[in-house]
Design a protein around this ligand. Structure first.
Ligand SMILES: Cc1cc2nc3c(=O)[nH]c(=O)nc-3n(C[C@H](O)[C@H](O)[C@H](O)COP(=O)(O)OP(=O)(O)OC[C@H]3O[C@@H](n4cnc5c(N)ncnc54)[C@H](O)[C@@H]3O)c2cc1C
Length: 403
């Protein structure tokens, strides 16, 4: 089959990556019919809705990685999409605050990364930091002007509107249960069987299960990590004017608890990172027996914990013991008190982990003759959704033309 003969696509998953992909497929293959299948009643119900809303600049990512490339492009694309579609966003910039000598050393390494990744930064000394953000303390800070804030759910809804306007179909309450490849693909769902020439899977927390549906054994498993947030009371929502991040430990996959002005004017703090007992374990006590059994029988889980025993314990302690959580914020913002930590919905990250306990850092795509699955799309995949979608379309073109 060639790209001009291709008549239909199915996209599994109505999060930001699936919706951006559906729109890009319509753009690249204008004659083809595109159908999005989403298991929930609404779109963007999982990671896309439950996140920090940061348009990342790309500070953290290894030079040469897909994350470094797509985040930089996605930062520009996301802002442009918002401008073109009247979606509220703010170019707030962000501050990374060093609170001790070790942080300062790590900050130097991050600055070097930014230089290689061509991300504009400015170093602030203690005095400049105080003038910039009077409620934030530290020995130094890095200012990243291109970061911003947005509501990725709003972007997703606009993408869905454009997909429908271009003739695409979006089926909700439609859970994919099996995929079989023939001369095209047949996708079995709770709403019946859908057929297409090609399927793209963008299932977030279930990406490994889609790979298995294709008949392949995934080289990783998705482990769900809950990120708990709090919201500060309205009278404290202006104690900082920019997103304030700690300097992350480069050995850990997550960025640390940060203060984030949201696009609705509120201020949140979070997220931490504790293992969830269900792939959709938004509350601490939610258990899904089959998810849990699958996790507990996975060697990668134990090896991951053995790799980071102290951070694992500290995360758990700080999740259960709120003063521990607060201490992490107070390192750089002493103005936040225990009473300020008001409830706010948690998010669950899809963290791909290999059997040896290594976390997969970069975006990952798994291919077969008539299918492409997004295996790993952690943060900054919301920022990077549009470049990821272009990348998928390029891969689809190559796959089709060789098959
Ligand atoms: C706590 C947290 C903070 C984050 N902060 C940021 C940030 O500030 N900036 C940033 O850029 N990124 C951030 N991220 C990452 C970002 O949110 C995700 O990388 C991104 O939303 C992934 O989008 P997605 O479409 O791949 O996944 P999802 O949004 O999870 O969508 C996957 C969809 O697939 C559907 N699905 C799954 N299985 C099936 C099936 N069998 N049949 C049908 N449908 C199915 C699901 O219901 C879901 O709607 C954060 C993530 C979390 C969890």
């Amino acid at each position: 089959m060639t790209e001009t003969q291709l008549q239909s696509f199915i996209v599994i998953g109505g999060g930001i990556v699936g919706l951006a992909t559906a729109r890009q497929l319509q753009h690249n293959f204008p004659a083809a019919k595109v159908t999005v299948l989403e298991k929930e009643a609404g779109l963007a119900a999982h990671q896309t809705r439950h996140n920090s809303g940061i348009i990342h600049a790309g500070v953290y990512y290894a030079p040469g990685s897909l994350k470094a490339q797509f985040c930089r492009e996605g930062n520009r694309d996301t802002k442009q999409f918002c401008r073109d579609n009247d979606i509220p966003f703010r170019e707030t910039g962000k501050l990374l605050v060093a609170t001790d000598a070790q942080d300062e050393l790590r900050m130097e390494e991050l600055l070097e990364r930014c230089r290689i990744n061509e991300i504009e930064t400015e170093v602030l000394d203690q005095q400049q930091l105080r003038e910039f953000e009077p409620n934030v303390v530290g020995v130094a800070a890095t200012w990243v002007p291109s970061s911003g804030i947005v509501d990725f759910e709003v972007i997703s809804n606009k993408l869905a509107e454009q997909v429908r306007a271009a003739g695409g179909k979006i089926e909700t309450n439609c859970r994919v249960t099996a995929i079989s490849e023939t001369t095209g693909v047949e996708v079995k769902t709770t709403k019946g069987i859908f057929s297409a020439d090609f399927v793209v899977g963008c299932a977030g927390l279930y990406s490994d299960r889609l790979v298995r549906m294709l008949g392949q054994e995934p080289t990783f498993k998705i482990l769900p990590f809950r990120g708990e947030y709090f919201q500060l009371p309205a009278e404290k929502s202006e104690i900082v004017s920019h997103p304030i991040y700690p300097i992350p430990n480069p050995e850990l996959p997550f960025l640390g608890i940060h203060l984030t002005p949201m696009i609705d004017g509120s201020l949140t703090v979070g997220p931490n990172a504790t293992l969830a007992l269900a792939r959709e374990g938004y509350s601490r006590w939610k258990i899904n027996v089959s998810d849990l059994a699958e996790m507990l029988s996975y060697s990668g889980l134990y090896k991951l914990i053995m790799k980071y025993p102290l951070p694992t314990l500290m995360e758990l302690k700080n999740s259960l013991y709120r003063p521990g959580y607060l201490k992490l914020v107070n390192r750089y913002c002493p103005a936040v008190t225990l009473d300020d930590l008001q409830p706010y919905p948690a998010g669950v990250r899809a963290q791909a982990v290999k059997p040896d306990g290594t976390t997969l850092d970069d975006f990952l795509f798994i291919e077969s003759k008539h299918a492409l699955i997004v295996g790993n799309a952690p943060s900054p995949a919301a920022t990077s959704a549009m470049p990821i979608a272009r990348h998928i379309c390029e891969k689809v073109k190559k796959l089709i033309n060789v098959s």
